[in-house]
Design a binder for this molecule. Structure first.
Ligand code: DHB
Ligand code: FE
Length: 281
């Protein structure tokens, strides 16, 4: 199976789409008290002031920061930047008291309402979709070990070139995105392809920061999932693949050891099992 990718995902295209979708979702913000806003804003500003004092930041550096911040907004890259460099800690704090499966960051490319699929499903994909076929299967249980009947698994991931539908041009709207309903015994079987590692778009302001700092721009290949069921806390997570060099150095700091799959060779590609455990609501 070969497939030529004639398009390039640009920061402007993927960032712009991510910003548009996020702004729509976040329209009604939380009702935060002035005391909490004041405490959080003062401490963030104090942390910035400390850095300026400790490193003797110059006016030239201050102006470079201002120009860069302006450019991140102009590129529509705030969702990309924040989800790579900040979200993992928000998720860590949010999941402190969970007993069930580990979650991790959502990232900027979730879209609700992907096509509904049965428990034994093939994700929507192109006729000649490139990449190693992957059978991803498992069972959803509660913390007591009981199967969770009819759990919903929203799955989305990049293609074999590292691109997400609805954020890179040229891909069918729901490519490699689906909403799977597990069976009465909580089992699911999802046929897809193994995604490629994901590179933060290098042509925008996040890419410019990464280059200037001499960092790398890679996330390990991953499947995104949101698993939910009545009476349970929903979980947002990602699954990675053993042997991927970026599992040990994910730019988004979102890998946890429990989230690494060890796929087996299957007759027509690979197969990996993962069982989800959901906390009670
Ligand atoms: C980003 C992209 C991802 O696919 C992801 O899972 C997390 C972050 C990003 O570009 O910010
Ligand atoms: Fe991702």
């Amino acid at each position: 199976m070969t497939q030529t990718t004639e398009y390039q995902a640009t920061a402007a295209a993927s960032g712009g789409a991510a910003t548009e979708k996020f702004v729509e979702k976040a329209k009604a913000g939380p009702d935060t008290s002035p005391e909490r806003v004041s405490a959080l804003a003062s401490e963030v500003l104090s942390a910035v002031h400390d850095v300026i004092r400790r490193h003797h930041v110059t006016y030239e550096e201050y102006d470079a920061l201002k120009a860069w911040l302006i450019q991140v907004g102009a590129d529509g890259e705030w969702p990309l930047f924040l989800d790579v460099f900040v979200e993992s800690v928000v998720e860590e704090v949010a999941s402190e008291h969970r007993e069930g499966s580990k979650g991790t960051i959502e990232g900027p490319y979730y879209v609700p309402g992907a096509p509904a699929l049965a428990a034994d499903a093939t994700l929507p994909m192109r006729a000649e979709e490139a990449g190693t076929p992957l059978l991803f299967h498992g069972r959803v249980r509660d913390v007591a070990g009981n199967p969770v009947a009819g759990a919903t698994l929203e799955v989305w991931h990049a293609d074999d070139a590292g691109f997400y539908s609805q954020f890179a041009p040229g891909l069918p709207e729901w490519n490699l995105r689906g909403t799977v309903t597990a069976d009465a015994d909580g089992t699911f079987r999802i046929r897809t392809i193994r995604p490629a590692p994901y590179q933060i778009p290098t042509d925008g302001s996040t890419g410019a920061l990464i280059r200037s700092a001499g960092w790398h721009a890679w996330r390990p290949a991953h499947l995104h999932l949101k698993v939910s069921a009545a009476g349970c806390q929903p979980i947002t997570t990602q699954l990675y693949f053993e042997g991927d060099e970026h599992v040990a150095n994910d730019i988004a700091s979102a890998v946890k050891p429990e989230l690494v799959l060890r796929p087996d060779v299957a007759p027509n590609g690979e197969e990996a099992r993962y069982d989800f455990v959901l906390d009670p609501a």
